[in-house]
Design a protein. Structure first.
Lengths: 263, 412
């Protein structure tokens, strides 16, 4: 009998031929959130208030009330997050087709470039050169930008907010046009606090990742960790945001399925 | 001169901490009225509306003519007629503070009163009377020497009526603002042994951080009053060696009620100003209360810096004023709780501070340095309610005279 693809996957998960890698940072009050100029509304950090912990407020049970912004911690950006995506159909987390929550990823490693230049900008030319070396970016993939930025979590260098703004790597408008229109990506998945570069407000167009991704019904995944544990091709990302009515995004647990290297 | 207070040695870990008893608290409503004046630093006595005589102690009718009594500010002069030193008492508070000097003072205002005596005030001396609150929140007359007595504040008897920061360890909850930094500096100048300064985002730079960190006696500590874990963690670490908490955390945002207001601002403001205050009270209150009689650097006070607009509301800053109002309400409750433990809960009411969040308002605004001076003065005087800046003083005076009118005036 021929094994179905799902049965093969199930078997591989059981035998360990496929393993799951956690791409999620821990939600904690200390996890940094994006900081906007002070006159704008701010992103609420994660907070947890105990309701009871085997005490007079609940003798046998432990639970907490939690609060946060939709874009706190490792999170998903839906098209409605950006003004360019405001009129698209199915643009909020409750309406996004669930099929899109499971998608393969191609990992583009710019960790060396980002280490050398914290404002490193991914351009179309860079991507074409990358394809020449690694092969074409396949259709309907997450573009996972490995920067090793997650290793900066817990230090001021993660947000890297200087007096002239944040400094972190990201794509320019040409790269985003290429990824969205030529490579039909699912979205952009990054370790930094936003899909855009720290200085992207000064790009043309401003904040091209947000603008072009969401304007074309694509998604963002931010504040990921462990992208360095993924192969260039072949990882499958499972990223299911909470089904928040009319939500612009959601914190979520992101995992990647990867084939274990054969010994 | 008064012997200068020596910086206390570290605690003997084998010694049981002296429990913070408070002076007897069964007083009449008239005495409570006197306490409200003492809380504001006014020297008042009851005066008869019929015969114009001043009377003391507080009564319900004039002892001379049965006329109505009203509280009036009085000439604070007097002369000590007699003194005595108490060496035994059945009261638990005074037993721990023996010997205790009291005296009889002929007040220039008329009555003769039994008062607490400063160490440098004796029989025959002209004295300046001050009306203080004792550790239990009761009004008490205290005779201070006239003239410039060195170390006058250090008199141990007088010190129990204040929350003087000298030799004490203080927590300033938010050091990321000019106000927090000015207060930290002023406290060190006033002789605080240590000032812990809260930083709600240690990974994020702020103006003045280097200068603050370089201050001898100042130490930055992670503290975010919007995060229960953060407040609890700091209290767990430092609660037992913080003698004064000064809450400078708050969020000011423009906005009305129906117009120009953002609910997210209101929520964040309430969380910082109101829930934050309660988090601090819950985390630090018990530790303060357990150490209210712990020697020279006993725990002494919780002081909240709060916008005066909490009394009246304020057009254009309705959410900020609402947060301040809730804060004042919590402070009243907290004060009642802490009085039983011998800790002063104090408020410094401030007008708009001269900072980036009050840019649209005209002068006069309260300079952070002025606010800092007011905070230190409040602690040194043990004054429960103080106003920082002309706007706060004016609004407070109008509010005392007619609260409803002031609300209308402030919300036009």
């Amino acid at each position: 009998m021929t094994q179905t693809p799902l049965a093969a996957l199930s078997q591989a998960l059981i035998t360990g031929g496929v393993e799951c890698i956690d791409l999620t940072n821990t939600l904690s009050p200390d996890f940094p959130v994006i900081v906007l100029p002070a006159e704008f509304g701010q992103c609420a950090p994660f907070r947890m208030e105990k309701v009871s912990r085997y005490d007079d407020n609940g003798p046998a049970w432990y639970w907490n009330n939690i609060s946060m912004n939709e874009h706190t911690g490792t999170h998903f950006d839906a098209p409605a997050h950006w003004v360019t995506g405001k009129d698209l159909p199915s643009n909020t987390v409750d309406a996004v087709p669930v099929q899109d929550f499971v998608a393969p990823a191609v990992v583009i490693d710019i960790s060396d470039e980002a280490a050398a230049d914290e404002d490193f900008v991914v351009t179309r030319a860079f991507l074409e050169d990358w394809e020449a070396r690694h092969g074409k970016i396949p259709d309907r993939h997450w573009i996972a930008l490995r920067t090793d930025w997650y290793k900066r979590v817990g230090t001021p260098d993660y947000l890297n907010l200087k007096e002239d703004g944040a400094h972190s790597p990201g794509p320019d408008g040409g790269a985003m046009d290429f990824l969205v229109h030529q490579r039909n990506c699912i979205g952009l998945a990054v370790e930094t606090v936003g899909t855009d570069a720290g200085q992207a407000f000064h790009f043309d167009p401003p904040l091209p990742a947000h603008s072009i991704l969401h304007g074309n019904g694509r998604y963002g995944l931010q504040c990921l960790t462990n992208l360095d544990k993924l192969p260039t091709f072949g990882a499958l990302i499972v990223a299911c945001p909470l089904k928040i009515e009319g939500g612009s995004g959601s914190p979520l647990r992101v995992i990647a399925l990867v084939e274990r290297a054969q010994a | 001169m008064t012997d200068p207070l020596q910086r206390p040695r570290r605690k003997d870990p084998l010694r049981r901490t002296t429990l913070g008893h408070v002076p007897p608290r069964l007083r009449s409503r008239a005495a409570m009225e006197m306490a409200t004046h003492a809380a504001q630093g006014r020297f008042v006595l009851q005066t008869c509306e019929s015969c114009d005589r001043a009377t003391y102690p507080p009564r319900d009718r004039c002892p001379n003519c049965w006329g109505e009594l009203v509280w009036r500010e009085q000439d604070a002069g007097g002369q000590v007629a007699a003194e005595t030193t108490i060496r035994h008492s059945t009261d638990t508070y005074f037993r721990n503070h023996m010997p205790w000097r009291i005296g009889t003072v002929r007040l220039d205002a008329g009555p003769t009163a039994i008062v607490h005596l400063h160490g440098e005030a004796g029989v025959g001396d002209r004295v300046n009377m001050v009306l203080k609150l004792d550790r239990g929140g009761n009004p008490a007359l205290f005779a201070m020497p006239r003239g410039d007595v060195p170390n006058m504040q250090d008199d141990p008897q007088f010190r129990s009526f204040t929350a003087d920061p000298k030799h004490r360890r203080v927590l300033v909850t938010d050091g990321r603002t000019d106000t927090g930094q000015a207060i930290a500096r002023a406290l060190l100048d006033a002789g605080a042994a240590k000032v812990f300064v809260g930083d709600c985002a240690p990974l994020m730079r702020f103006a003045g951080k280097q200068q603050l960190a370089a201050l001898d006696g100042a130490e930055l500590v992670p503290l975010d009053v919007t995060d229960t874990h953060s407040v609890g963690n700091l209290a767990a670490q430092l609660g037992g060696r913080i003698d004064i908490v000064i809450n400078t955390a708050g969020q000011v945002r423009e906005g009305g009620v129906a117009f120009g207001a953002k609910l997210s601002d209101l929520q964040a403001g309430l969380d910082t100003g109101v829930v934050g205050l309660m988090r601090l009270a819950q985390a630090f209150g018990p530790a303060l209360g357990a150490r209210s009689d712990d020697g020279v650097n006993s725990a002494a006070a919780f002081l909240d810096v709060v916008p005066v607009s909490g009394l009246s509301g304020q057009s254009g800053y309705s959410g900020t004023a609402a947060s301040a109002a809730a804060r004042l309400s919590l402070l009243s409750g907290f004060r009642g709780e802490m009085q039983k433990a011998g800790i002063r809960v104090m408020s410094v009411l401030t007008g708009p501070v001269d900072d980036a969040w009050h840019q649209r308002l005209p002068q006069p605004k309260t300079a952070p340095s002025h606010l800092a001076r007011t905070v230190v003065a409040a602690l040194r005087d043990g004054q429960e309610i103080s106003c920082a800046g002309d706007v706060a003083k004016d609004l407070f005076a109008r509010w005392r005279a007619d609260p409803l009118l002031t609300m209308r005036e402030e919300n036009r």
